[in-house]
Design a protein around this ligand. Structure first.
Ligand code: KPL
Length: 294
């Protein structure tokens, strides 16, 4: 049994694609006992109705996927983990960085893995989940010693039919995604535009080069390989062009009145800069501007 904590777009994508009968959502305190019902629209093929039960008291899963927003993860796990066996692998799917470290520090003895995914899913209406873009998911252990369950976890996830790979350096993957999110998400939220439109906006054109300089100096301080600011910008802009029509997760959060993940993206980079004495004015400015949108 695979349990999923977090019934948002990504949680619903995994729930709908993993083998039926082997998945349950983890209830939050006070959540209704009725199963979670929604229509799932795969990339190709007809949409169909999906019914996912809640994990029942006394039922301990073999694997726990955590698909909550970064800012809700610690609190959600504090409520859920007391009834989940100590050896159950936990896979964290959060965007950005910072929430993963909070989890490993709070539960140092639990097997904690992280996943980085480029799968696209959204919920255009409350009862509909759309698999909007095919991607790849990498999963790996967060502790440097590795975790023997990585291969097994990757196999379990791959039973969904989605593309999944075990990754020995998941932190590097999380950093690659962080760079992209740091260069796209805040701009789309502040400018209230789809990803591709930032590329011609004066505000973006003013700040992207100094932002990439800050990130380029932060990478080695975080133990990641140095990358030239121009290369970072090229990576960011390639993704912005590829996802030109997309509404970023941060713009979607602002529009829906949800707390954004800015504290785990540009906010995380700003905190890291302060710790290492590296100037981070642009990350700080973007974080503050997005915080004011909430
Ligand atoms: O990951 C994304 C997000 O919206 O969070 C990008 C890559 C910007 C695609 O929209």
């Amino acid at each position: 049994m695979i349990a999923i904590l977090g019934a948002g777009s990504l949680g619903r994508l995994w729930a709908a694609t993993l083998p039926a009968g082997q998945v349950a959502f983890v209830p939050r305190p006070g959540q209704a006992p009725a199963p979670v019902c929604y229509r799932f629209q795969p990339i190709d093929g007809e949409s169909g109705s999906t019914i996912i039960p809640w994990l029942q008291p006394g039922q301990s899963p073999d694997l726990l996927l955590v698909t909550t927003k970064a800012g809700n993860t610690l609190e959600a796990l504090k409520a859920a983990l007391p009834s989940i066996a100590k050896q159950t692998p936990i896979v964290l799917f959060q965007n950005g960085l910072g929430s993963q470290q909070q989890v490993t520090e709070t539960w140092p003895d639990r097997p904690v893995l992280a996943a980085s995914t480029t799968e696209g899913a959204n919920r255009p209406a409350p009862g509909l989940t759309v698999h909007a873009g095919r991607g790849t998911t990498w999963v790996g252990a967060l502790n440097p010693a590795g975790d023997p369950s990585v291969e097994w976890v990757a196999q379990q996830l791959a039973s969904s039919g989605l593309m999944v790979h075990p990754e020995h350096d998941i932190l590097a993957r999380l950093w690659q995604k962080l760079v992209i999110n740091a260069g796209i998400n805040a701009f789309t939220a502040i400018l209230d535009c789809p990803n591709g439109e930032i590329l011609t906006q004066p505000f973006y054109l003013q700040w992207i080069a100094p932002l990439c300089e800050e990130i380029s100096r932060l990478l080695p301080a975080a133990g990641q390989p140095q990358q030239a600011p121009e290369d970072l910008r090229e990576t960011i802009e390639a993704v912005a062009r590829k996802t030109a029509a997309n509404t970023s997760s941060m713009r979607a959060d602002v529009k829906a009145g949800r707390t954004t993940e800015i504290d785990f993206i540009n906010g995380y980079l700003a905190r890291l800069g302060h710790q290492h004495g590296i100037p981070v004015q642009v990350n700080q400015m973007l974080a503050e501007q997005v915080q004011q949108l909430n």
